[in-house]
Design a protein around this ligand. Structure first.
Ligand SMILES: NC(=O)c1ccc[n+]([C@@H]2O[C@H](COP(=O)([O-])OP(=O)(O)OC[C@H]3O[C@@H](n4cnc5c(N)ncnc54)[C@H](OP(=O)(O)O)[C@@H]3O)[C@@H](O)[C@H]2O)c1
Length: 234
């Protein structure tokens, strides 16, 4: 049986990816900070789901979680890094946080949550890295926003964009290292999740997004992991 480790599996995209892999008969290992979401409550009842309370922001906790997975006799075939936040720098307006504090929150939530599991995998599975594939969710903002003053100015997205550029660099370095079987970076644009709706309200954008026309997490999971993906890994 194939094994996937998912961070951020309580989220809309992480949860949809978890269900997709379960549908194709994989054993899903979820690293979660919280267990309350309806997605998790439904997934936890299924066979071939292992849930680990963890915190991908925390290097030491993540290391002991990955070690626990190994102690259960599991070598992951795939690691899907979905933990992170889609909230931009002004995602905390009511709290009126200073820029450096927001920057720290966004770097921890979007970079540390990926770096800690990567480091843990490298350390715990150092003899098996060439068998492991990893996929990261970043943001296409890393490509266009640094040169787009209306993004970093009007919408105050500097810290989010910085975090996403670091993620992109980190993923490129991992891919170039040649240590892993495969490294993927997904930059989805906009997916209809609760967090995306929170990040892009009409009051912030000045126009209303028709969320019915935006891809659902399930559609997105199917797009990035089509049936051919699973057939190639049987
Ligand atoms: N939705 C979009 O349009 C879109 C676009 C581009 C990129 N993304 C990225 O895709 C990923 C999934 O997004 P989503 O829309 O499915 O959001 P979501 O429902 O909020 O899922 C994100 C999950 O990440 C986990 N997490 C762990 N550490 C976190 C931290 N420090 N701060 C915030 N969350 C943390 C949370 O799970 P636990 O609390 O259980 O650990 C949370 O459920 C995120 O990394 C997001 O940035 C989304």
């Amino acid at each position: 049986m194939k094994n996937i480790i998912i961070t951020g599996g309580s989220g809309d995209i992480g949860g949809a990816v978890a269900k997709r892999f379960l549908d194709y008969g994989w054993h899903v290992h979820l690293l979660l900070r919280s267990f309350e979401s309806p997605i998790i409550q439904s997934i936890m009842k299924l066979s071939f789901v292992s849930v680990y309370q963890s915190d991908p922001e925390n290097e030491a906790i993540t290391l002991s979680t990955i070690q626990a997975i190994k102690n259960d006799g599991v070598i992951p075939d795939f690691v899907f890094h979905s933990a992170g936040t889609f909230l931009w720098d002004d995602g905390y307006p009511k709290q009126a946080r200073p820029f450096l504090e927001v920057r720290d929150i966004l770097l921890r939530a979007n970079v540390k949550t990926k770096a800690s599991p990567v480091n843990a995998i490298e350390s715990v599975y150092k003899d098996s890295l060439s068998k492991i594939e990893q996929a990261f969710i970043g943001s296409h903002a890393a490509n266009f926003a640094p040169d787009a003053p209306e993004r970093t100015g009007k919408y105050k997205e500097e810290a989010y964009v910085e975090a996403m550029s670091i993620v992109q660099n980190m993923v490129n370095i991992l891919a170039d290292s040649g240590k892993y079987k495969n490294i993927f970076l997904f930059e989805p644009g906009l997916i209809n999740t609760k967090m995306a709706q929170q990040a892009f309200p009409e009051e912030r954008l000045g126009f209303k997004i028709d969320w019915d026309t935006v891809a659902t997490p399930e559609q997105y999971a199917e797009a990035i992991f089509p049936k051919e993906f699973f057939e190639a890994r049987q």
